[in-house]
Design a protein around this ligand. Structure first.
Ligand code: MEV
Length: 451
């Protein structure tokens, strides 16, 4: 069997890596090599920056970058950049933005901006004894890390709270320092982790120096020091509202009241049933992640936090809510979002930098509002389709292009397919059959042109 393991891979040049992959994993190694290199950026300096983001890079992975215009958020208009591969997400966001543009737009508000981190440690002794020394420890933690926190404090942030948590009842001898941070316009992961690792060392030293402690009590075992991606108090609220009769345009076949009630029922179902809630929230993250990606923020952190928040009362539920009261339809979303608009890759990634410019170089709080709005818009569009036409109609129309590309359709065949499928069900096999039929057609050539 051919040996597919390797040592020293990370030290090889990109060309050497590609050569090895081509030789060991592909029957068409030459074509593979060509494909990978075709996605290298022509600008060598830029490619060097991209390569610096990660390890063992052999190419760039391209996904579409689209714009959803016409978002009215707190009386300001935005064209929102979205990096996403799924058909119809950008179209859906755009259509929801347009729908709410003439109905007062989206109103967003940042409720809190607290980030969290923890030092997890074990200590053998009476919890009261440790607690009795905590005030002195806290002073030392703050003083000894001033060299790390002064800059952030100058920007209005820093360490806002340190709490000693006794968790002996869950795990023998287990404690935490639960630390709260304000990181202003940066996501703050590096800042938080640097402070926490330093806190861990200071804690260890502090305990080892306490004269009142026995030899055993002088030992703290640090398990780990790391930020928490669960930031329920880094929260943004966004909502739309209008009288139900203004919802008439949401669906051709329904009046505003019927639509509003059906829509609200769908939202309640997502609140009750975790199976539906998961798909419902996935729809919200279609919008959220796309903007998080387009601005080079950490979508894994955002997703992890959002889903944990959705399960905060012990059951996984919808992140959005809807009510109809006194003839007014209100639809809203509360979402924890830990984001940055400075630092990280936000200015290093050329398109992320442009995304932020497009959004008017927002503060982290403004970006929270923009991203939560995109999530709510996406959710509105998805649920509107679900309770009216179903999503396949719009989705498969967009997906038609992917199927046609996959089947190697030329421009004329694509145009014929668009016309043919304008009132028919799109599936891989129906499109293939249609292409076969026009390719085998022996009559007069059919000419279809774009209007
Ligand atoms: C598809 O990517 C997202 C939806 O399934 C969301 C939803 O069901 O609410 C349409």
């Amino acid at each position: 069997m051919q040996d597919k393991t390797v040592s020293g891979f990370s030290k090889w040049s990109k060309e050497e890596k590609v050569k090895w992959l081509a030789e060991h994993f592909f029957v068409d190694g030459e074509a593979y090599t060509e494909e990978l290199s075709s996605f290298w950026h022509g600008n060598i300096d830029l490619q060097r920056i991209l390569d610096g983001f990660s390890e063992n890079t052999v190419s760039n992975y391209i996904i579409p970058y689209g714009i959803a215009p016409n978002f009215l958020i707190n009386d300001q208009i935005y064209a929102i950049p979205m990096a996403i591969e799924e058909s119809s997400v950008v179209a859906a966001a755009s259509s929801a933005a347009k729908f709410w543009l003439n109905r007062g737009g989206f109103k967003a508000e940042v409720l809190s901006t607290k980030k969290l981190g923890q030092v997890h440690f074990t200590w053998k002794g009476s919890p009261d004894k440790l607690q009795a020394h905590f005030a002195k420890l806290e002073l030392e933690l703050r003083k000894e890390t001033a060299y790390l926190t002064t800059n952030m404090e100058g920007r209005g942030g820093g360490v806002t709270d340190i709490e000693l948590r006794d968790l002996n009842h869950l795990e023998p001898n287990y404690y935490q320092l639960m630390v709260s941070f304000e990181t202003c316009d940066s996501m703050g992961a590096n800042f938080i982790n640097s402070v926490l690792e330093e806190f861990a060392q200071i804690l260890k030293n502090f305990v080892s120096r306490q004269k009142a402690f026995t030899a055993e009590e002088k030992q703290v075992k640090i398990v780990m020091a790391i930020l928490s991606n669960y930031t329920p108090d880094c929260l943004v609220h966004v909502e739309v509202e209008c009288p139900v009769d203004q919802l008439k345009g949401a669906c051709e076949e329904m009046d505003g009241t019927t639509f509003a009630e059906k829509f609200a029922t769908a939202i309640r179902i997502a609140n009750i049933d975790p199976y539906r809630a998961t798909t419902h929230n996935k729809g919200i993250f279609n919008g959220v992640d796309a903007v998080v990606m387009a601005t080079a923020n950490d979508f894994r952190a955002v997703e992890a936090c959002g889903h944990a928040y959705a399960a905060r009362d012990g059951q996984y539920r919808s992140l959005s809510y809807c009510e109809i009261e006194n003839g007014v339809f209100r639809f809203w979303l509360d979402l924890p979002l830990a984001l940055g608009t400075v630092g990280g890759l936000t200015t290093l990634h050329p398109l992320a930098k442009r995304s932020l410019e497009l959004l008017g170089n927002p503060s982290a709080e403004e970006l929270m509002m923009i991203i939560a709005t995109t999530g709510l818009a996406q959710n509105f569009a998805a649920v509107r389709s679900l309770v009216t036409t179903g999503i396949q109609q719009g989705h498969m129309k967009m997906h038609l292009k992917n199927i046609l590309n996959h089947l190697g359709a030329n421009e004329s065949e694509c145009l014929q397919a668009e016309v043919h499928f304008s009132d028919k069900v799109v599936s891989f096999s129906t499109v293939r059959k249609f292409l076969e039929s026009i390719r085998n057609y022996k009559g007069q050539p059919i000419i279809v042109t774009r209007q």
